[in-house]
Design a protein around this ligand. Sequence first.
Ligand SMILES: [Zn+2]
Length: 80
Amino acid sequence: MAYSTKRRFMAGAVCPRCSTMDSIVVFNLDGKDFRECVNCDFKEEMRLNIATGELQTRVNHHEEESQAVQVINIIPDKSN
Ligand SMILES: [Zn+2]
């Protein structure tokens, strides 16, 4: 869930239908993220983009954790 249920304007976003700048609002509805144009009838679910972002974040966290564990194991060996 990336956005709240409150509609927020997306700065610099251009509507793909009417090409109006700063007319796109993003909001969450029933656990799904949507973007909607306030100038025309454009409305789209953003499910694909959100899923990709979550996967990338999880991978990065795992890499950082495994590196930290390796450093901790190496230091006691050198001091002995
Ligand atoms: Zn529009």
